[in-house]
Design a protein around this ligand. Structure first.
Ligand SMILES: Cc1ncc(COP(=O)(O)O)c(C=O)c1O
Length: 422
């Protein structure tokens, strides 16, 4: 097991987290290589025997050493910027397994993608099609394009990470898709190859995916009827993961759980497969969170305990600059002591040192009683964790380590004061 208590002490694979703290300090992102690979392989296996490419969405985590693990095991890459494209190439993803998404690609980024000969651009507007065509013409290249269509499907996720309703900025409106494909087919130096949808992130119900599969197969049929050949469908990412009761132990409070029934990525895929298979298209997918969220945790130390008449606070050495999700989306992460020393619980807020009231990791949370200098692990922070880290309050960016069995490797050193001052 990637994360477990042994004699009341938390281990990542075969390494006690207390040792990681002694050697590397806190705040520290800790990743399990075994869990990362297990997640990717389970997802990819759900499509075995079917012509497909499982891309990893780099926006979830773009540490090159983690990317290398995925690239070495056959993953493709879903990138959304020139920076991500550079990191994907550095990690060794082959260009023919890369898609470039994003609602606002710049001309230099399009040029970079064309020069790298990536598999295709997921295009989000007719103006973008026109620009890609011009750039491709100038470079004397052919740009393969898939059109991202906004199907007006409710992902039923947090509003900030739902992306497929008609009021969202993403994709080409479903009603305009035929015309957009017609334009794409008529522009020079473009080759239309696919259709793309991405519903949103942290989706916990199958229904939006069932609707998306039906939408895609209908569209593919219509386009083919209009003489436009579609070789692949890209169903995006978005598979939700559990953030509650990830770790259970008799010393840990049971968390109020509304997430018991989240389907596994394989179950999400199974709901779509019968319909998508009928299209005869190659299937692309772009999961991020489901591959890496529960392969990572953020280790932090309690700096102070503080109480007033109505509240208790644990002030820890990680802040919203290290992990933004709770501040940004009110996101929930299970937080557990690295050593379980008592079965007594108390209600507390867990907050960072940043000068904002929004700098919190948990509010009114039942926790085992925690002392100054105790270590806490903020779980399921492998996705959308470090990638959102900043130097806010001029705090140093945290270090990242990768655990493999009993071995540990620094995959990003802690930023230094000197680097900050440059
Ligand atoms: C186009 C696209 N593909 C894939 C993803 C990955 O989503 P997730 O990490 O939820 O799987 C995102 C996330 O926002 C996205 O915008």
């Amino acid at each position: 097991m990637a994360l477990e208590y042994r004699n009341n002490e938390l281990y990542c694979e075969d390494v006690p987290l207390t040792e990681l703290h002694e050697e590397f300090g806190t705040p520290l992102y800790v990743y399990s290589r075994t869990k990362l690979l297990e997640n990717f392989q389970a997802l990819d296996a759900a499509l075995s025997g079917i012509d497909h490419v499982t891309c990893f969405a780099l926006k979830a985590n773009s540490n090159v050493q983690l990317l290398k693990v995925l690239a070495e095991h056959g993953a493709g890459a879903d990138v959304v910027s020139g920076g991500e494209l550079l990191l994907a190439r550095k990690a060794g993803f082959p260009p023919e397994r890369m898609v470039f998404a994003g609602v606002g690609k710049r001309e230099d980024e399009l040029e970079f993608g064309l020069k790298e000969d990536i598999f295709c651009f997921n295009v989000e507007s007719v103006q973008e099609l026109q620009l890609i065509s011009r750039v491709a013409l100038r470079l004397q290249k052919t740009a393969r394009v898939a059109l991202r269509i906004n199907p007006d499907i409710n992902a039923e996720s947090h509003p900030y990470i739902s992306t497929a309703l008609k009021e969202h900025k993403f994709g080409i409106p479903a009603g305009e898709s035929r015309e957009a494909f017609r334009v794409a087919a008529s522009l020079p130096n473009l080759e239309v190859c696919g259709v793309h949808v991405h519903l949103g992130s942290q989706i916990v119900r199958k229904e939006p995916y069932t609707a998306a599969a039906t939408f895609l197969s209908t569209l593919v049929r219509e386009l083919r009827g209009a003489g436009i050949s579609i070789a692949h469908v890209d169903i995006g990412g978005g598979f939700g993961v559990r953030y509650k009761n990830v770790l259970r132990h008799e010393g840990l409070p049971e968390e109020q759980d509304d997430q018991e029934s989240i389907p596994s990525p394989a179950q999400f895929i199974d709901t779509m497969l019968p319909v998508l298979r009928e299209t005869g298209c190659r299937i692309w997918l772009e999961p991020g969170r489901a591959v890496i969220a529960d392969a990572g945790l953020l280790l932090t130390q309690v700096l102070y305990r503080k109480e007033n008449r109505s509240k208790r606070f644990l002030i820890v050495d990680a802040g919203m600059n290290d992990l933004l999700r709770p501040s940004l989306y009110n996101a929930y992460h299970q937080i557990v002591p690295v050593r379980i020393e008592t079965y007594e619980h108390e209600k507390t807020d867990i907050v960072g040192p940043v000068c904002e009231t929004g700098d919190f990791f948990a509010r009114d949370r039942q926790m085992p009683k925690t002392k100054q200098r105790d270590l806490l692990a903020i779980l399921t922070t492998g996705a959308y964790g470090f990638v959102n880290a900043s130097n806010y309050n001029s705090r140093l960016r945290p270090a990242e380590v990768l655990v493999n069995g009993d071995r540990v490797r620094v995959i990003r050193p802690r930023q230094t004061m000197n680097e900050l001052a440059q």
